[in-house]
Structure formats: structure tokens, C-alpha cells
Write a protein that binds this ligand. Structure first.
Ligand SMILES: [Zn+2]
Ligand SMILES: [Zn+2]
Length: 286
């Protein structure tokens, strides 16, 4: 298996449109790895796409993805689903019935439920299904599903509308969590698993451990629901994996490649684990 980071930003891309700060100006000039588009990853092997941000068509065009066997979603938030129209690429433009390609979308029950109650997401997916462009399959929240000889197991986090996914075969196992790990405590089974790769959200960069400087006031309401980088690192400490990659990096956190490198070295040394910061186009063999 190989993980390709299609987009390493969170809800705010780098550059952020109409922002002319130093980070955004440099990103606009140099592109990736300075720039970051919306959160999405692809797992080569089982050929699984996880999440479809607005920029997913750009991300797929610049990627090495050749086919998508299955699409999974982490949760209903717009930065993860706003590009689901991407499946119109399956349309046969000669409009010959039955000639469309179809992408399978796998939804744990709880995600399907939140898609029905949020922003007409399910209505849009069902529209695509009626066009024959996707096939929606709803599975139980703890149901394991097989694809191309690999198993996919949904992993419930603290908030019940968000899922991570454990993907593996008989030799390798990876864990991918795109966002929303606030208050999550890995259960004993997950803590005991030896992963080959764990992908986690970087979190709000509330304090720079290299300088000790607080970057977000402690009474900032964002810290009530959003996890911080320090909280992500605490989760890293609780998991066993050959390597950790941290994505979902927001523009206001101002993480350029130079700072990312320094932080990777710092966090790896501090935890004794191999930790890297994601960038767009990053390839991670497991
Ligand atoms: Zn997000
Ligand atoms: Zn900016």
C-alpha cells in the first residue's frame, strides 16, 4: 500500500484567496509544497479515495491516481465533501444509458445519517446515484468491508459523526483519520495494533514548541471543539506505528516547508517516533 496525500490543508487552503501575507504570497509563487489544497488522501493498492474537497479535480489531475475503486468519507463538514460532484467524471458524454462508469461510495450508517441531516449531502449523492455515476452502499458502523483483497474497518472517534478508517491486508495495516480527533481516546485494540502508517490531523497550532510562544489565546473558543497539535502528539504517543504523517494544516497556522521540517524533527525526537508533516503530493509507502 502507498498513501498519496492529494491535499494537505484543512478548511482554509494555502494560499488563502485574497490573502497577501508572506506565507500565501510565497505559496502562490512557488506552488506545492508551499501551497496546500483541501483535505483528501488516496490509498494505492486497494485504490481508495478518502474525502472530496472542492479542489479534488485539480488534486486528481496532478496525482498519480489511475482509478478509484471506492470512495470513503470521514464526515460531513464542507471541506471534506464539497467536491463530491467529481463523480460526474464517470458520465458517458454520448449519453448512452448504461455506458456511465460507477464509483462505489461506502458509508457507515452514522455518516449516512449525518449526510441526510446536513446540507442536502445525501440528496446530492442520490442524484449522482440516479444518474448511474455512483453506487451508495451503507454499512454498519462497525462493519468490516473487503475491496481488492484489502479490508476496510470504520473507526469511531469521540464525535459520533466522524470516522477514521483502518485499511489493511494480511501483511500491512494503516490507520487514516482525516479530522476531528478532539477528546478521542484510542480503544485498547487500536492502541495495541502495530500500524505501518498512521495519518492524523495536525490540529490547531496553539503553541510553537520550538519557541514556547502561544499562538492562540487559551480562552479562544476555537479550542473548545478543535484539537490542538499538542493533543495530536498525545494521540501519537498512545499509538504504535512505524511512521506518522500529520495533515489537515490550516493557513492561519502558517506552516511552511521549513517550519514543517523543524517540527517533524522536534516531534520525532520528543516522542521517539517517526513523525512527518504532510504536503500536497507526498507519497508515503507503508
Ligand atoms: Zn476538516
Ligand atoms: Zn495568508
Amino acid at each position: 500500500m502507498k498513501l498519496e496525500v492529494l491535499g494537505s490543508s484543512g478548511s482554509i487552503t494555502t494560499p488563502r484567496p485574497l490573502c497577501f501575507c508572506k506565507i500565501c504570497t510565497e505559496a502562490r509563487k512557488k506552488g506545492s509544497p508551499y501551497s496546500r489544497l483541501g483535505p483528501s488522501v488516496f490509498v494505492h493498492g486497494p485504490d481508495i479515495l478518502i474525502d472530496t474537497p472542492e479542489e479534488i479535480s485539480v488534486e486528481l489531475n496532478r496525482s498519480s491516481v489511475k482509478r478509484i475503486s471506492i470512495c470513503l468519507f470521514s464526515h460531513w463538514h464542507p471541506d471534506h465533501i464539497a467536491g463530491k460532484r467529481i463523480f460526474e467524471i464517470n458520465k458517458h458524454w454520448g449519453r448512452i444509458p448504461g455506458k456511465n462508469k460507477t464509483t462505489q461510495i461506502l458509508l457507515p450508517e452514522k455518516i449516512a445519517e449525518s449526510f441526510r441531516s446536513s446540507m442536502a449531502i445525501m440528496e446530492h449523492l442520490e442524484f449522482l446515484e440516479a444518474e448511474g455515476l455512483v453506487e451508495i452502499q451503507i454499512i454498519k458502523d462497525d462493519e468490516t468491508f473487503s475491496v481488492n483483497g484489502y479490508t476496510i474497518k470504520p473507526v469511531r472517534l469521540f464525535f459520533d459523526f466522524v470516522f477514521g478508517y483502518e485499511i489493511g491486508d494480511s501483511t500491512k495495516k494503516i490507520l487514516i483519520i482525516m479530522d476531528e480527533i478532539k477528546h478521542w481516546i484510542p480503544d485498547p485494540e487500536i492502541s495495541a495494533t502495530d500500524y505501518d502508517l498512521v495519518y492524523l490531523p495536525f490540529g490547531i497550532f496553539a503553541e510553537n514548541p520550538l519557541t514556547g510562544r502561544a499562538l492562540v489565546d487559551s480562552d479562544n473558543p476555537i479550542l473548545k471543539n478543535e484539537h490542538t497539535t499538542a493533543e495530536t502528539i498525545n494521540i501519537v504517543r498512545k499509538l504504535k506505528s512505524r511512521q506518522f504523517v500529520l495533515g489537515h494544516i490550516e493557513e492561519p497556522d502558517r506552516i511552511n516547508p521549513q517550519l514543517a521540517k523543524k517540527l517533524s524533527a522536534y516531534f520525532s525526537k520528543e516522542t521517539g517516533k517517526k513523525i512527518r508533516i504532510a504536503y500536497d503530493g507526498m507519497m508515503v509507502p507503508s
